[in-house]
Design a protein around this ligand. Structure first.
Ligand SMILES: [Zn+2]
Ligand SMILES: [Zn+2]
Length: 358
């Protein structure tokens, strides 16, 4: 019984837009027990794949299997060779990694936003650059050198999953519109993140998700990420709230009310910021903040927790609410030392700090 429920959770679901587009949501196992949605969209002469999975063997097999079952259902052959376009929503491996598998099998034109283009075209270089920044950030966060090595290795594990590929077009250069698809640049979770609107349906990628606030990392790791950009992008996305009736994310279940979901996510970040301010009445490192916020974490979640805490500390520090209490130690060396942050002003008006709710 349980197996049946699990099996059906990972089956293709179909939707139809008000303008008659047919949309198929294809769950792919990007990493063991970690699922991502890829979408097949049939509208006018367009046969579009939105995101590709991770290039993990189960992910590629799932994609082929789903396309076969969709072809059988609609009575039209729709394999990878029949695609006209591939839209990548953002430069995270669970969304674009599958391009390494898909690209040799199709002539479909591949698009990505300008700010994530190099994630695909200069993949190996970017991993090295980000790993260096990550090491510095983690050491300053107060993680032990051994833990930093472990976390860095974890970050680098996806190295083998992908080789750089060429892309055919970028969204800004196309005027943020391709046929009936409208694109909105929503930097934050990722620098080149886009949401895609088709008639009354919004593909929200990892910008807006059901049941979880999308992961944030500090901007010091990659420009145009970070909590400040993310909250601004949530606000920008509200412009479409009255146009869309169904929001299909990169993970998790569909959402019906965009404005309401944005309010919930903003509130979650506000609460987290309030907690961080409270904790930092005493000087603490980011690793300590992470542990208080998220408890004991393991494996990749450990890295995610420190990044998430780092994004919130950075947001407050950027705005002058936090100071560094061990500045003398920091001054004495060029090497990264754990930074102790402390709140400078406990009387923060959060409605002014995050003035984004409607
Ligand atoms: Zn993502
Ligand atoms: Zn994702």
């Amino acid at each position: 019984m349980v197996e049946q429920v699990l099996a059906s959770r990972h089956q293709v679901k179909s939707f139809e837009s008000a303008g008659g587009a047919r949309i198929f949501q294809m769950p792919l196992e990007a990493f063991p027990s970690f699922w991502v949605h890829s979408y097949l969209v049939i509208v006018d002469d367009y046969r579009v794949l939105i995101d590709t999975g991770s290039n993990f063997p189960q992910s590629n097999e799932g994609l082929e299997k789903h396309l076969e079952s969709i072809s059988a259902e609609i009575g039209e052959s729709l394999g990878l060779a029949d695609l006209t376009h591939i839209f990548v929503t953002h430069g995270h491996i669970d969304h674009f990694g599958g391009l390494a598998y898909v690209k040799p099998l199709t002539d479909a034109k591949v698009g990505i936003h300008e700010l994530d283009r190099r994630n695909l075209t200069n993949y190996e270089e970017r991993l090295v650059v980000v790993a260096q920044r990550l090491t510095e950030f983690l050491l300053e966060s107060g993680a032990s050198p051994e833990r930093v090595e472990e976390l860095k290795e974890m970050y680098m594990f996806s190295k083998a999953l992908f080789n750089s590929v060429e892309v055919d077009f970028t969204y800004e250069a196309e005027g943020m519109q391709i046929g009936p698809f409208d694109f909105l640049h929503v930097p934050g979770h990722c620098a080149g993140m886009v949401c895609i609107k088709l008639h009354d349906i919004l593909f929200s990628a990892d910008h807006v998700l059901a049941g979880i606030s999308p992961h944030q990392a500090p901007e010091r790791l990659t420009l145009n990420t970070g909590l400040g950009h993310y909250l601004e992008s949530l606000q920008a996305c509200r412009a479409w709230a009255s146009d869309v009736g169904l929001i299909l994310g990169g993970h998790r279940r569909p959402i019906e009310n965009l404005g309401k979901r944005i309010d919930e996510i903003v509130a979650e970040h506000q609460q987290r910021l309030e907690k961080v301010i409270e904790m930092l009445s005493e000087p603490q490192t980011i690793a300590q903040v992470a542990q208080e916020l998220f408890g004991e974490t393991e494996g990749y979640n450990d890295l995610l927790a420190i990044e998430e805490a780092g994004a919130h500390v950075e947001y407050l520090y950027q705005r002058g609410y936090l100071g560094i209490s061990n500045l003398d130690e920091y001054r004495q060396t060029d090497l990264p030392v754990p930074i102790l942050y402390q709140c400078l002003d406990a009387e923060i008006d959060f409605d002014k700090l995050i003035n984004l709710r409607e």
